[in-house]
Design a protein around this ligand. Structure first.
Ligand code: MG
Ligand code: ZN
Length: 354
């Protein structure tokens, strides 16, 4: 082959390389169904009169959830592993087992000028959302966790837990006033939230937790939609975490009906994320759980009648694998077996964060 021809061909192939490499999303939406194992997912599927949004996803994997000191994780260590890539001791938030603060994917996204947000169907100070924002040795330090929100530049957070920002016993700070002086719009109703069209937003809609389904209505999917609309105004992209918090609580109560209701509600938030991602074409959506709750099984039922019989082996969490589902650029990275520590690194790599 003549040398000139060889160089032209080589140069051409080198130009093609970036097109063949992994596609990089601009945005990541990470949805966590707290306590949502396969039995919980299936209960939702059986009860629902139409297919779940989750059922449309093609990239599926399995996640090991054990913590640094326990076969069975709690939501503090589980959330911390998902948010920071570090397995820690049960009960800890955003810290490694030696009580040293570790950076979450939300903080790293913020440092790289992405817009960041959290939506949770519980107090924003509760273990799962807290793991993305706070650094505390104990998940029950709600007031300290609320104060940690002020140490970040998170753009949007929506959930409950207002009392930990205003009616504080550990100090007399009023964190709502402090948020306002940091240019946050602090709102306490969905109608106000829906009217906002930009800027930093703290949606503290409940003193503590939103009610369970069906009393909660469409809070979670609507808050997810609002967060996506606000965050997607940032041209550099965004990272959003959405938690279906109360699947876990229904699991602790061994209440199969409530579990299905909470899974179906969480799936509506998944649908909001997928609707945006399909339209946008540049958004990775990843859905997983921090652990399974209840040791739930479904030994019988009737698919046509949307009925199932549930049994539970514990009032606590179990150590079994949980599913992960993904859609969008990079979705193929979330298939096969994996540890719960892989998410932060994969997101950072796919978003090309420094
Ligand atoms: Mg949780
Ligand atoms: Zn739990």
């Amino acid at each position: 082959m003549n040398r000139k021809f060889f160089f032209v061909i080589t140069a051409f192939l080198l130009m093609l390389l970036p097109l063949m490499a992994v596609k990089h999303p601009k945005n990541v939406i990470f949805l966590i169904g707290d306590g949502m194992g396969l039995a919980q997912t299936h209960a939702g599927m059986v009860k629902s009169k139409k297919p779940l949004a989750l059922e449309s996803l093609k990239h599926i994997g399995l996640v090991r959830t054990y913590s640094a000191n326990n076969f069975t994780t709690d939501s503090g260590a589980g959330g911390t592993a998902l948010a920071t890539g570090v397995k820690t001791k049960n009960g800890m938030i955003g810290m490694n087992p030696d009580s040293v603060a570790v950076e979450s994917i939300l903080h790293q996204s913020e440092k790289n000028n992405l817009a960041t947000g959290i939506v949770s169907a519980c107090a924003v100070t509760h273990a799962t959302p807290a793991s993305f924002v706070a650094h505390q040795i104990n998940r029950n330090m709600y007031e300290a966790i609320a104060a940690d929100f002020l140490k970040t530049d998170i753009d949007v957070f929506i959930g409950g837990g207002k009392q930990h920002f205003v009616n504080r016993t550990s100090d007399d700070r009023n964190l709502v006033s402090e948020l306002k002086s940091k240019n946050y719009k602090v709102v306490d109703s969905m109608s106000e939230l829906k009217q906002l069209n930009g800027g930093k937003v703290a949606g503290l809609l409940y003193e503590e937790h939103p009610p369970a389904m069906p009393e909660r209505g469409n809070f979670l999917p609507e808050a997810t939609n609002v967060a996506i609309q606000l965050l997607s105004k940032n041209r550099k992209g965004f990272f959003l975490m959405v938690e279906g918090s109360q699947i876990d609580w229904a699991g602790h109560a061994n209440d199969a009906e409530r579990i299905a209701n909470e899974v179906i509600d969480f799936d509506k938030a998944v649908q909001e994320a997928l609707d945006f991602a399909k339209e946008d074409g540049n958004t990775l959506v990843v859905i997983t759980a921090d652990h399974e709750t209840g040791g739930m099984t479904l030994p019988g039922g009737n698919i046509q009648n949307h009925e199932y019989k549930a049994m539970f082996s514990t009032k606590g969490h179990s150590g079994v694998l949980v599913p992960v589902y993904a859609f969008g650029p990079g979705a193929e990275e979330f298939t096969g077996f994996m540890e719960n520590t892989i998410f932060k690194g994969k997101f950072a790599e796919l978003l090309r964060l420094k």
